[in-house]
Write a protein that binds this ligand. Structure first.
Ligand code: GRF
Length: 209
């Protein structure tokens, strides 16, 4: 399955997806990495791993629509069958999301539907949440909403900072995203009434530690 990854920054999830795709028994090929920021550190990482990159700077377009048209034409030219948002910091319009319906994934650093949006770790700590984690989901027009494929959780430790929690959850993200993409590539994920149904034979989620 041909996969494109959209980034805006560091790109550690992207790096992980590329490395997972380069393992011998993998079913996915990362065909391109697109960034809306030319200074995103992840661009160099992708290039070093041998993946084609393209910068499509949103700030050089006169509207969200024209920016997204360019994104779509690059994705179509690259042959993307699945698109992974990985720290892509632009809100995508309903038109774009509809164009890529059920082919657009996101990873979010909370257990959705809790803590949508930014600063999730700080807000989870301030709310006294006992657990937090991450979610891989299909993208729908509403922010951080859509059928959930996979979640992993971890206890919020007493006294830990948002940075410490973010680091531990990032470790979970790096396991969840390649796993979710692999499930899709295997054809093991279907959506019924806006809920994800997984094939019975999938590895249990508890194997993520
Ligand atoms: C991750 O925490 C991801 O869940 C969120 O943005 C962050 C991106 O980190 N959407 P990275 O660029 O993948 O390192």
């Amino acid at each position: 399955m041909k996969v494109a990854v959209l980034i805006s920054g560091r790109g550690s999830n992207m790096e992980n997806l590329i490395k997972a795709s380069q393992l011998s028994n993998n079913r996915i090929q990362i065909v391109q990495v697109l960034s809306n920021r030319k200074d995103a550190p992840g661009i160099k990482v992708a290039q070093q791993l041998g993946v084609a990159t393209e910068v499509i700077e949103h700030s050089t377009f006169d509207s969200r629509n024209s920016f997204e048209e360019k994104l779509t034409s690059s994705l179509e030219n690259g042959g993307a069958e699945l698109i992974c948002l990985a720290g892509f910091m632009r809100i995508l319009s309903p038109d774009f999301v509809t164009r890529w319906h059920n082919k657009l994934l996101n990873i979010h650093p909370s257990v959705l539907p809790a803590f949508k949006g930014l600063n999730t770790h700080k807000r989870a700590i301030e709310a006294g949440a006992r657990f937090s984690g991450c979610t891989v989901h299909f993208v729908r027009p509403n922010m951080d909403a859509g059928p959930i494929i996979l979640q992993a959780i971890t206890p919020v430790k007493s006294g830990e900072t948002a940075t410490q929690l973010a680091q531990r959850i990032l470790h979970l993200e790096h396991q969840c995203y390649p796993l979710a993409v692999d499930w899709i590539a295997k054809g093991a994920v279907s959506i019924v009434n806006e809920q994800v149904i997984l094939d019975d034979w999938l590895e249990p989620c508890q194997s993520i530690t």
